[in-house]
Design a protein around this ligand. Sequence first.
Ligand code: PRP
Length: 219
Amino acid sequence: MSNMKRVKIALTKGRIEKEAVNIFQRSGIDCSEVINKGRKLIFHNEEDNIDFVLVKAPDVLTYVEHGVVDVGIVGKDTLLEQNRDFYEVLDLGFGKCKFSVAGPKNSNFYSGYNRKKIATKYPNVARNYFRKLGQDVEIIKIEGSVELAPILGLADAIVDIVETGTTLKENGLVVYENICDISARMVVNVASMKMKKNEIEDIINRVEMQIKVEDILTN
Ligand code: PRP
C-alpha cells in the first residue's frame, strides 16, 4: 500500500454528493467520513490512500483542470456549460435529468418574429442550442430559481434542468423542447491519468464494475 500514490477526488456538494458517496461505498471504497461530516470539506481514506474534497458544482472542473485534484464527480450539465480540459471516463448513471427549454403554459414561444429572451444558469448551453437551431435569442444569466424569470416577465422562456418536473408544474410552466439527457460523470485530470495511471484505473474499474453488476441485478 505504501507505494500507492495519493489520489484526490472532488465530489459535487449536495444532491450528487450523497449518491457519489453511496456508489463509492458500494464499490468498497470507504468514504463514510463524508457522511458524518459537519462542516468539514476534506476527508482522508487511509486504506485506499484517497482524499475526498467537497466543492460546488462550477468549481469541480477548476480544481480538476489545475490538477490539484485528480478526479471529479460532477453533473454532465456542468461539463457541457464549461469549456475545460479533462477526460470524461464514466457515466455514473445517477443524477439523471434533462436540459429543457420551458416557459408559460399558454404562450406560443415559437410564434412571432421578436427576438426571444432566455433566462438560464447555463448561458453556454442555451446559446449553443439556439445557435444550432439558427434562432437568434437574448440570453439572460440567472443564478438560481430560474423559473421565476418568465413569471415575472424577465424572459420568454428558460433553459434549465428538469428532473421530476415538479418545479415547472408548481409554477405554471411546461417543457417546450428537450435539449439532452444529463447524469453524473467521473472526470479525470489529463496529467493525473498518466502520472497516477494504476491508482486511477483501479478506482475507475471498481466503480465501473459495481455499476455493471448492479445493472445486471436490477434488469
Ligand atoms: C434544479 C433546477 C430546477 C429543479 C428541477 O434546481 O434548476 O429548479 O432543480 O427539479 P424538478 O424537475 O425535480 O422540480 P436546484 O434545486 O438545483 O436549485 P436552483 O434553483 O438554485 O438551481
